[in-house]
Design a protein around this ligand. Structure first.
Ligand code: SF4
Length: 154
């Protein structure tokens, strides 16, 4: 009875859900992270400075390209439903940091940093490589393929 006041009577706050910064537009909680520009060989993401949800009109605006060729999407990290998740870490983020070169010196002006799985796991090193990532690329170079697929390139 004497120690009763020391026992917390509220449940611990649930851990904040993290966002995947290279998501598909049909994933839960999807929003536009940025707009892709440049060439197939050298793409660059311009991060949006406002929260833009995914709508049918926005997806249609990408035609004739696929939405993932025009936009980068963020959405709730699917963790164990995703082939890149090993139970505790996103291996895609790990490979990106290990294989791809940094393309910026500082942190890109990105709105999701506080919730980003890649940033939470890899820190600034992920952000310095993030702008070159295109979720769907038809002409990836060898390093990009190794980072995306996690396979040795013959
Ligand atoms: S810039 Fe950094 S925080 Fe923003 S989506 Fe990319 S890895 Fe995540």
């Amino acid at each position: 009875m004497a120690n009763q006041h020391l026992v917390p009577n509220i449940a611990p706050a649930p851990q904040k859900a993290l966002l995947c910064p290279s998501a598909q537009p049909d994933m839960e909680g999807a929003r536009v992270l940025g707009v892709i520009s440049g060439s197939a060989e050298q793409s660059q993401v311009a991060y949006l400075n406002s929260n833009v949800p995914v709508t049918a009109g926005l997806l249609a605006a990408a035609a004739p390209l696929k939405p993932t060729e025009v936009f980068r999407f963020a959405a709730h990290c699917e963790e164990n439903k995703c082939r890149h998740f090993d139970g505790s870490h996103c291996q895609l983020a790990t490979r990106i940091v290990q294989i791809l070169p940094a393309v910026t010196d500082g942190l890109p002006p990105c709105l999701i940093r506080a919730e980003c799985r890649w940033f939470q796991q890899e820190g600034k090193a992920a952000c310095m490589r993030c702008p070159q990532v295109v979720t769907e690329s038809y002409e990836p170079d060898e390093d990009f393929k190794r980072a995306a697929l996690g396979q040795a390139i013959p």
